[in-house]
Design a protein around this ligand. Structure first.
Ligand code: SAM
Length: 219
């Protein structure tokens, strides 16, 4: 077993209690997953003592590991029961990927920055996750030949949810995504037959979703 799981155990429990359960997210499968996954293992050594705090942290290349509460809020909204195939756009550090892998059957994760994707893949392999499939690409295209998915999580914000991704959601599926550029909102989209309903889960702040169906990359 990777020894990281035996470190910071108390801080991890405290994080879950203060920033998840006490803030109204009463999802006990999620609380268990967040108590198991060693968040400090997903950041550089000099930041490990801050891994269980109430904030995002830098992971290099101007990207971040999201705040624990944001991870919890987004994952909770997906209503995972354990049998789902989930598409994640924006692997980042791989921490959210690990939480999804704990709570769903299979996770397909896409990251556009190679060095970030490779570091995340290495960490998740070292922790023993066998139910994750990785891709380095522009995730705004989705993963056509593996979909449709029971759930889709977008971890970076574009001006709108790319319709090509909504097209890869199963009937009855749930998609969570930050939307907006300066002022962002976390959106839960649910698909029922030909209809999609949208619900705002409140304000949020994420790095930009850069790609063909997101924000154009800087020239
Ligand atoms: N949840 C992640 C974690 O736990 O570390 C943090 C994700 S970070 C906020 C957003 C990630 O989305 C960044 O790593 C960024 O490079 C990636 N990203 C942005 N646009 C993307 C795209 N079009 N396709 C794939 N990844 C993208």
């Amino acid at each position: 077993m990777n020894t990281a799981v035996n470190q910071f155990v108390g801080q991890r429990r405290k994080m879950v209690e203060e920033y998840v359960l006490n803030r109204g997210i009463k999802n006990f499968r999620l609380a268990e997953a967040m108590s198991r996954v060693p968040r400090h293992y997903f950041v550089q050594e000099s930041l490990q003592h801050r891994a269980y705090g109430d904030s995002p942290l830098p992971i290099g290349q101007n990207q971040t590991i999201s705040q624990p509460y944001e991870i919890a809020r987004m994952t909770d909204a997906l209503n995972l029961t354990g049998s789902e195939w989930v598409l994640e756009i924006g692997t980042g550090s791989g921490y959210q990927t690990a939480i999804l892998a704990e709570m769903a059957e299979k996770v397909f994760t896409i990251e556009r920055i190679k060095s970030i994707a490779s570091a995340a893949h290495k960490r998740l392999d070292a922790l023993g996750y066998m139910n994750i499939v990785y891709k380095i690409f522009d995730g705004t295209y989705g993963w056509l030949d593996q979909g449709p998915f029971d759930a889709i999580l977008i971890t970076a914000a574009g001006p709108e949810i790319p319709s090509i991704l909504i097209g890869q959601l199963k009937d009855g599926g749930r998609l969570v995504s930050p939307v907006g550029e300066k002022n962002q909102e976390l959106i839960l989209l649910q698909k029922q037959g030909d209809q999609t309903s949208r619900q705002s889960l409140g304000e949020c702040s994420f790095v930009p979703l850069i790609g063909k169906y997101g924000i154009r990359p800087p020239a």
